[in-house]
Design a protein around this ligand. Structure first.
Ligand code: NDP
Length: 326
């Protein structure tokens, strides 16, 4: 028997149950992991609430973790018992002490990166990689607006954007988060709870607007974000922290300057092992070069996933968060 977090109904954090589960032995192409650290991500909230529904309930939860391989199924030749590995693209069910997972979903963790760091950065770091290097390829001199700059994805993205030579405008929801965003390298910081972020962006850019907006806040910021873009700018809406973005007419994009609009997910950019490996390698290289520092800002016991979810949704967390199995 092993411990895992599951939910039987969609709802608030309290639907998460810490339970005994049977793990079994890995079938062909799979491995069994003893997990050492588990990444907490906002997408876990969408899974729990049913915004992103599951095929069946009850369901496990979580897409990211690090651990040690303790058993290997038939046909797995490139991994060994004792290897340290991590994953950040699921499958769902990472909130667990032990689990079985397809071998092609994991990546070896480089020696210089700890398990806690790996578990805290795979999903958010690979997301940053595809957003700023592939969805819109950020160039030196670009001006970028990044919402929720002191969050998990935000803290990695601000550092990486700096390394690419962009000017970064970050939004945050408190003074404490403004200090964090500044320390990560934001050139301009806007508290979007107390300031009109559209007006501030206009002031900062002398009315011209930014090349690209990365908006994971969703409903509350989407329309304002469109107004922050320069002519033919790119709007990347990649999350729903405040709720999903309502439908819009394409003509709106015309009226606001022939804008490009995209709504990407990690699955579109890291859906194959090759794409995932390339993305993770770029991330590990950026961390090794010192361009990105990975700090775990909050750590909870796996049995206390309910509190971790409450804090994440209440906007109490900054940077990355992990859950630790007992
Ligand atoms: P964060 O650590 O960034 O937490 C979310 C942050 O969003 C909060 O801290 C808060 O920061 C801000 N926020 C604004 N409005 C609200 C609200 N009403 N309720 C809660 N939070 C709010 O989370 P992650 O780093 O895990 O993820 C960031 C975003 O990126 C999420 O929306 C997530 O879904 C998305 N994402 C998308 C991916 C994709 O491929 N499409 C992959 C990974 C993440 P503040 O207080 O400063 O406003």
């Amino acid at each position: 028997m092993s411990k895992a977090v599951q939910f039987y109904n969609y709802g608030g954090p309290e639907v998460l149950k810490y339970e005994n589960v049977e793990v079994g032995t890995p079938a062909k192409g799979k491995i069994r992991l003893k997990q050492t650290a588990i990444g907490l991500n906002f997408i876990d909230v969408y899974h729990r609430t049913g915004l992103y529904p599951q095929a069946t309930l009850p369901s496990g939860i979580g897409l990211e973790a690090a651990g040690i391989i303790e058993e290997i199924g038939p046909g797995v030749t490139d991994l060994h018992i004792g290897d340290r590995v991590a994953y950040g693209t699921g499958p769902i069910g990472s909130y667990a002490e032990n689990r079985i997972i397809p071998a092609d979903k994991v990546i070896l963790i480089p020696e210089r990166i700890s398990d806690n760091q790996a578990a805290s950065m795979m999903l958010q770091g690979m997301t940053t990689e595809y957003l700023i290097r592939r969805t819109y390829c950020v160039q030196p001199g670009d001006i970028v607006l990044f919402h929720a700059a002191a969050g998990g994805v935000g803290s990695i993205a601000i550092q990486w954007l700096n390394a690419l030579g962009a000017t970064v405008i970050g939004t945050v929801g408190s003074q404490e988060k403004a200090e964090i965003a500044k320390a990560k390298g934001c050139h301009h910081i806007i508290n979007y709870k107390t300031e009109d972020f559209v007006e501030r962006v206009k002031d900062i850019t002398n009315g011209k607007g930014v090349n690209v907006v990365y908006d994971s806040v969703g409903k509350d910021t989407f329309m304002g974000s469109l107004d922050c873009l320069k002519v033919r700018g790119t709007m990347v809406t990649f999350g729903n922290a405040s709720g999903p973005v309502p439908a819009i007419e394409p003509l709106i994009l015309n009226g606001k300057g022939g804008l490009y609009l995209t709504r990407p997910s990690l699955a579109h950019y890291c859906g194959t092992h090759a794409d995932m490996l390339a993305s993770a390698t770029a991330l590990f290289d950026a961390v090794s070069s010192g361009a990105i520092k990975i700090e775990v800002k909050q750590s909870y016991s796996l049995s206390d996933a309910v509190t971790a979810h409450k804090d994440l949704e209440a906007r109490k967390t900054t940077g990355s968060t992990i859950l630790i199995p007992e």
